[in-house]
Design a protein around this ligand. Structure first.
Ligand code: MG
Length: 327
């Protein structure tokens, strides 16, 4: 499946993508490069030079024109150069205002042209800038409600980008999903403390990849599963195909493992054991003056509550056994 159109003025990209479309292959996502040319060395939408900011908008609008022509419905924006090496160059809140102006402008263009795009904003903590303003998916989830058209703007969490920040990437994906903002996802892998590696999905952190796949499958995520990764640079053409197959194969393996996990009787018994409190345990329901009075009057038996078993070691080992093919 041809997946990514990054450009806007690239005749080869247009010709290739059009040929794919004519053969019934789907182009679900388009994006734009606002990070390669030196004109963006100080940023694109957040650059100090207003002419650079205007050019970044123009380039993005042309990429939207191309994406719409080819039927894409998701438009990913990764602000790779929207950051700093020194905070002397601008106030960080001014950068947020400039970014807001740009996304609002593009939303209006999308509506005017009746393209029907949904924008998916992709975060990254650093590289190729020393610090990037929108460092994590959570930063964007806080930014989106401040836009003029938040209903057409969501996020594109990338596994490795969240891991570069030392975060649990599945947690960011889950928050985006819960907020109705998981419009797209970039699957890959990353070792801690390294440059942005874009490793084959599941090749470095197998268990955390499992939890991510399990989450996506459990909640019924039906958006694109995009592998934003690349083969080892030691590979030849066949090796690149091995890499691509590997990404998909690992996802499907973990999807099957998630189904096994969900129907495992011993795991299920532990889940029942750890769910909630004992019979008749006190719970805080919706707030009311009466419920608040009852809550304040209640005497909690902390020692008794603390005696409840939490067999997470056993639960995690069962998960490891299952992933290792022993269950
Ligand atoms: Mg990406």
């Amino acid at each position: 499946m041809p997946y990514l159109i990054r450009g806007g003025d690239n005749a080869i990209v247009r010709e290739f993508a059009r040929a794919c479309a004519e053969n019934g292959l789907v182009v679900p996502m388009a994006t734009v490069s606002l990070f390669f040319h030196p004109v963006f060395r100080d940023g694109a939408f957040t650059a100090n030079d207003p002419e650079v900011r205007a050019y970044a908008l123009q380039k993005t609008m042309r990429a939207m024109d191309l994406g719409a022509e080819l039927g894409a419905k998701i438009f990913v924006l990764w602000g790779g150069r929207e950051g700093v090496e020194t905070d002397a160059c601008r106030r960080a809140d001014e950068a947020v205002k400039r970014l807001r102006h740009a996304v609002n402008y593009l939303c209006e263009y999308n509506i005017d042209q009746k393209y029907g795009f949904k924008f998916a904003l992709e975060a990254k903590p650093n590289e190729p800038r020393g610090d990037i303003y929108m460092a994590t998916t959570g930063h964007y989830l806080g930014f989106i409600p401040t836009l003029d058209h938040p209903e057409i703007v969501g996020v594109n969490p990338e596994v490795a980008h969240e891991q570069m920040a030392g975060l649990n990437s599945m947690h960011g994906v889950a928050q985006a999903w819960e907020a109705g903002k998981l419009f797209h996802i970039d699957l890959n892998d990353q070792m801690p403390g390294r440059f942005d590696q874009d490793l084959r999905f599941g090749s470095a952190n197998f268990k955390s990849s499992f939890w991510l796949v399990k989450f996506l499958e459990d909640v019924g995520y039906d958006g694109p599963r995009h592998f934003d990764a690349h083969a080892y640079r030691t590979e030849d053409y066949c090796g690149v195909k091995d890499f691509a197959r590997g990404c998909m194969r690992t996802y499907l393996i973990l999807k099957e493992k998630a189904a096994c996990w969900n129907r495992d009787k011993e795991i299920h018994a532990i889940l029942q054991e750890i769910a909630g409190g004992g019979n008749g345990s006190f719970q805080a329901g919706p707030y009311s003056k009466q419920s608040a009075t009852q809550l304040l009057a209640h005497v909690f038996d902390k020692d008794a509550i603390s005696k409840k078993r939490l067999p997470y070691e056993r639960l995690d080992q069962l998960t490891v056994d299952l992933l290792a093919g022993l269950r």
